[in-house]
Design a protein around this ligand. Sequence first.
Ligand code: C2E
Ligand code: MG
Ligand code: MG
Length: 729
Amino acid sequence: MSNGPIRILTIDDEESIRTSFRLYLEDFDYEVLEAKNGREGLALFTSEKPDLVLCDLRMPEVDGLEVLSRVRESSPDTPIIVVSGTGVISDAIEAVQCGAWNYLLKPIQNFSTLHHAVEQALERARLIRENRTYQTQLEEEVISRTQDLQETMEDLKNTNYQVKMSEERYRSIYENLQDVYFEILLDGEIREVSPSINRISDYTNKELIGDNVWQFYPRREDRERFIDDLKQQGYVSDYELQLRDRGGRIIPCSINARLIAAREDRPSIICGTLRDISERKLAEAHIERLAYYDALTDLPNRRLLIDRLERDLARARRHKHYGAMLFLDLDRFKNINDSLGHHVGDALLEEVARRLTSDLRLEDTVSRLGGDEFIMLLADMGTEPSTAASQTQAKAEQVQKHLSQPYKVLGHDLHITPSIGVAIFPSDDDPNEDGNDILRHADTAMYRAKDDGRDLIRFFLPSMQAAADQRLSIEKDLRFALERNEMQLYFQPQVDGKGQIVGAETLLRWQHPEKGFISPADFIPVAEATGLILPIGLWVLEMSCWQIKKWSDAGLSIGHLAVNVSPRQFRQPGFISQIHQVVAKTGADAQQLGLELTEGMVIDNINDTIEKMQGLKSMGIELSIDDFGTGYSSLAYLKRLPLDIIKIDQSFVRDIQTDAGDAAIVETIIAMAHHLGLRVIAEGVETDFEFDFLNQRNCRGYQGYYFSRPIPEAAFTSMLASNKPLPLD
Ligand code: C2E
Ligand code: MG
Ligand code: MG
C-alpha cells in the first residue's frame, strides 16, 4: 500500500452523489477519485489502484456487478462497497456474491454510516493483508525449514556412508598393513597392535595385547629418549631402534608415532606405526660397502683410504708423531694376467690382500687402489723422523718378504715381488700437505723403486717430486715431439783397436722448443711408460734404415748401424714383421742393421725372446746386448741366445782405474765373451788409461768420447768419407 493518503474511487453516474461523497470523505483526509460510469471506473481502477472502491449498481454501459467481479478478479483484497438505490434484497445478495464487502442504500441518510463502512472495510482489508503476509512468511519459513531438514538428512546419510567407508578402509588397511600399527600407554602397556606384527616377528598380535612393550625394547636410555622426544614434540618420525624378537633376534625398526594427551578419564596414549627396516639396513650396508670398499678384495678403497689418511695425518700432527704410507705395486703382475688369465690374476690379488691384512696392526689400514696397487697406512711409527724411517723400513721389508713367498693359486705356482714406495708424514717442510700429497709422494717413491730395478723399497724425497713433475711435463710435450719435428738422430762411431770406424750407434736427440735439449735418459723412460716409445721407436728404426741406404748409395761403408730397441717395442707381437716392412720399404741392407737389446728384456720371456732373435738373425741383423753388467743375467745364460756382441756398460769402464773389483769384472766379461764366441764393445771409453786397459785385455771394439761424441748426420758422413782412423785423443 502506498504511503500517501488513502485513496477512494467512487463510481456513480450521478454527479451530485459523487460530489457529496468526495466532500464528505475529504474531511477525513481521504483522497477521492471520481468516475461517472463503470467503464471509466474500471479504467481508473487499473491506472490508479485505489485503496477502496465505492460503486453504484445501476449504471449505463458497464454496470456495477460487472465492475465488482472485474475488480475482485484483478485485486481480491481491495474492498468494494456498493452504494445502490435499489433496495431489492436479491440485488444486495448478488452484489455480495460478486465481491461486494458491504451494501449501502442511497440516498445516504447519515453520512457517518458511510464513514463507518469505509473505516471498517479498510480495517478488514488491512487485517487480511497482514494475515496474508504472515501466512506467506509462515509458508516460506516452513518451506525453508523443510529444505534445511532435507539437507541435514542428506548430510547425515552421507556422513553415515563416509563413516562406514572409512571404517571399512581402516579395517582393510589395519588388517593388510605391511607396517605394524600400535597403541601403547606411557608405562608401556600394549593396548592395540595390528596382526601384521606377525609378519616381522614370531609374536601374534593377540598374545601381545596387554603385555608390556619395554621388554622388547632392551635399552633403557633408548626408551627414555623415545618418551622424552614424544613429550617434547608430540610426535617422532622415522625413529630408528632395535626390537628383540622371541628368540632374541634383533629387528631393526623405524617408528612414526604421536602422543595423544590424556583427556577426561582417558590416559595418554602413544599411537603409531612400526616398520621392519632390515632390508633397508642391508641395502644401506651394501651401498656403503660398494662406496667404500673394493669389490674384489673387500679392502677399503681409495675413498675410504683418503678419509683414514686425513684422520691419521691430523692425529699425527696433534700428537707430534710420524705415520707412514707404503705404496705397493706388484712387479710384472700384468704378465700373470696376460698369460694365465684374469681369474688367476684376481685370485692372486685376493691372496696378496690376505697376506697384507695379516701383517697389520689394529690401527693400520690396507687398501686397494685398483689394479695391482695396494696401500698400507701405518698410523704411529714413532716420534722421531729417524725412528719412524727405520721402523717403516723394517715393516716394509717384512711385507716385501711376506709377499715374495711362493703362491699356490688355482693350481699354479706363482712368484711375485712388490715394488714399494714409502712416504713418511707429516712432512716437516710442508705444513699444508694433505692426503693426496702423501699418496702422490708414496706413488713417486714407488716409481723410483720400479725404475731402480723392481722388488725394492724406496723412500720419498722432495727431490723426487721435482723429478716426477718434470716427468709429467715431458710426457705432455713428448706426444707432439715427432709431428713437430723436434726429434733428430745423432750417430756415434764404434771403432776397432786402431781407431778405424767399424760401425755406429743411432742415438735419439730431442730439441724441445722451450726446454732446449732433453736427454734420452730422461725422456726414453717416459716414452716407455706411456707407450709413446712405439711410434718413436718405429720412427728411429725407419730413419736409421734410410740412413743406411743413403750411405751405401753414396758408396760409404758403415759396417753396422746399431739401433736401440726398447723392451716394449721388442715385446709387441708384430715386431719382426715390422722390421721386415721397414727394411723392404727403405731398401736398406739388413746386413748393415744392428739392434741393441737389454738384459732385462731378453730374460723376461726366454722362449719368445729366442724365437724373435732367431727371426732377426735370419734376416742378417746383428744383435747386441746393451749395458751389459747392470742386470742380473749370467753369461752362461746368454749362451742360449743367438747373440753377436756384448756391450760392456760404461759404469764399469769408468771405474776401471779406481775400482779393482770393476776392473776384474771387465776382464772376466771380455774373457768369457770371447770364450762364447761373442764380440765385445766397451762403452763410454774416455781416457788413454781406459783404452789401454781394454786393449791389453783383447777388447776389440770401442765406443766413447775418446774417439767421438755422438754427432749429427752431416758431421758423421764427412767423418766416414775421410776414412781416417779416429784420433786416439
Ligand atoms: P745407450 O744405448 O747405452 O747409449 C750410450 C749412451 O752413452 C749415449 O747416451 C751416449 O751419448 C753415451 N756415451 C757415449 N760415449 C760416452 C762417453 O765416453 N762418456 C759418457 N759419459 N757417455 C757416453 P744418450 O745418447 O744420452 O742415450 C742414453 C740412453 O738413451 C741410451 O743408452 C739408450 O738406452 C737410450 N736411447 C737413446 N736413443 C734411443 C733410441 O733411439 N731408442 C731407444 N729405445 N733408446 C734410446
Ligand atoms: Mg745403446
Ligand atoms: Mg749402453
